[in-house]
Design a protein around this ligand. Structure first.
Ligand code: SAH
Length: 464
């Protein structure tokens, strides 16, 4: 970084510019936004400069600059667009101790003027050290479009209200208040009734936050279902609507997260890819930490929170902290999976019981009652069974399972990318490998897709 961005205090300070043409006009338009005392030296100034002078916005001296003209100036702009004249005027200013900028002469300038996005008092300065003015302009245009024109007004009103907000404890509580003001209440009130409405909305907003302060924290363990947001329960939606904090795992789809309250803080507790995912202890601590500050926490888990969700460990941690909680059930992957293949989990005269089993547990591949699972007519839904499919296949065959026992694997059940692999115990491991699934997948032992059931061929089939 060859130039360090700073914001210079110009209120009541002296800024001098030499020049009266286009370059001078461009700089003056920016400088007129400040509260500096502006003096312009120009033997033949453009009409606009005359007008600004007449309006009292700057002081115009209709002659070339002389030594002594830049006394006490903080900044000086050489904008005569003439190398010799710029060198002469900037030498005078330098001698008077001003920071000098020569228009279109990066080399001899002590500072450069950035592209500015002005939402006073919020100001964004964009600089490319002269390397790419086009880029600076593009970034400026992008930000201009993105930042609402009323942002500055909101910030100004907000600034005046800062003292009142000190009734809220520092940290998260205050941050929550301000984020709701800037991204919710503030812009809404501005749209509805301008500055006055914003001024009126602030005390009411603060009041809600002060009252919320006295509110007890609470944790809702909510089932997010298999992915399709329409498979959320009404209670899950309500909980998401009221959440201050949503702590979700990797299985929860973006479409479901989209339904969380806009102001809620979303925390991904199942992040993989960049380093290891959070440990269960860290997740427990995170839930407790947020609820302890009075937040309404939604612990959002894929499917049903009570199925292979390590729910009890989280409940124990919340209980130990003396925090209230409740469970909102969700549609588990097994339910969404059988729906996808058009089958029932139980069926008269076929199976009076169904097992939900996990492919692996904390110790590795999970052992099950294989002898029972290998019986004809048995139905099992295997969660987390992708990696362990060869192990499961081996165990089933070892315990005498019929090689032709149907097996259905449903990947991404209920989601647009849903895929079904129909196979048999004899071929399940190799067919699964060949299908190269990368989403969550559920393996059903003892169930074929209803459509494939009729056909004798039980070779691999995929249904989009
Ligand atoms: N509580 C969850 C299960 C968590 S264990 C539930 O009730 O569904 C994670 C496993 O669930 C995954 O490895 C996969 O086997 C299964 N699973 C979750 N969502 C799934 C989906 N949409 N389609 C297929 N399998 C899914």
């Amino acid at each position: 970084m060859k130039h360090f961005p700073i914001f210079v205090a110009l209120e009541g300070r002296r800024v001098v510019l030499s020049g009266g043409g286009d370059a001078a006009l461009a700089k003056l338009r920016l400088l007129l936004k400040t509260e500096a005392h502006l003096t312009v030296f120009a033997p033949s100034p453009a009409q606009e400069i005359e007008d600004w002078h007449a309006a009292g916005k700057l002081r115009l001296v209709r002659r070339a600059m002389e030594p002594g003209d830049t006394t006490c100036a903080v900044l000086f702009y050489a904008a005569d667009e003439d190398d010799a004249e710029d060198a002469r005027t900037s030498a005078i200013a330098r001698a008077d101790g001003a920071l000098v900028n020569i228009v279109d002469n990066l080399q001899d300038s002590a500072f450069i003027t950035p592209a500015i996005v002005d939402r006073d008092p919020v100001t964004v300065a964009i600089g490319t050290e002269g390397a790419a003015p086009v880029l600076a302009r593009a970034i400026k245009a992008d930000l201009e479009a993105r930042l609402p024109a009323t942002l500055g007004t909101l910030a100004r009103i907000g600034k005046a209200f800062r003292k009142a907000v000190e009734v809220l404890p520092m940290g998260r509580k205050r941050r929550d208040f301000w984020s709701e003001y800037y991204f919710g209440t503030g812009p809404r009130a501005m749209d509805e009734g301008g500055e006055e409405a914003v001024n009126n909305a602030l005390p009411a907003l603060l009041d809600t936050h002060v009252k919320a302060e006295e509110r007890q924290g609470h944790v809702a363990f909510v089932g997010a279902g298999p992915g399709d947001p329409e498979l959320l329960t009404l209670k899950a939606r309500k909980a998401l609507d009221a959440a201050d904090v949503v702590i979700h795992d990797r299985l929860v789809t973006p479409e479901v997260l989209e339904l969380a309250r806009r102001e809620a803080t979303l925390i991904d507790a199942g992040k993989t890819g960049f380093g290891p995912s959070m440990s269960q202890e860290e997740i427990n601590a995170l839930i407790v930490e947020h609820a302890a500050t009075g937040a309404q926490v939604v612990r959002l888990k894929g499917g049903d929170p009570t199925v292979f969700g390590r729910l009890d460990e989280e409940i124990d941690a919340v209980d130990a902290a003396g925090i209230g909680w409740h469970i909102v059930p969700g549609i588990t992957a097994a339910s969404a999976g059988v729906a996808a293949i058009g089958q029932s989990l139980t069926k008269r005269q076929r199976n009076a019981a169904v097992r939900f089993v996990t492919g692996h547990d904390m110790k590795g591949y999970a052992e099950q009652d294989w002898a029972a699972l290998a019986q004809p007519g048995e139905v099992a839904a295997i969660y987390m069974g992708k990696k362990s499919s060869r192990f499961i296949q081996g165990r089933l065959l070892m315990h005498g399972a019929d090689r032709a026992t149907p097996v259905s694997i449903v990947e991404n059940a209920s989601r647009p990318e849903q895929r079904i692999v129909a196979t048999t115990v004899a071929r399940m491991a190799q067919d699964l490998e060949a299908a190269d699934l990368d989403g969550p997948a559920l393996t059903f032992i003892g169930l074929a897709p209803r459509a494939a059931e009729a056909s004798l061929s039980l070779s691999t089939q995929e249904f989009a």
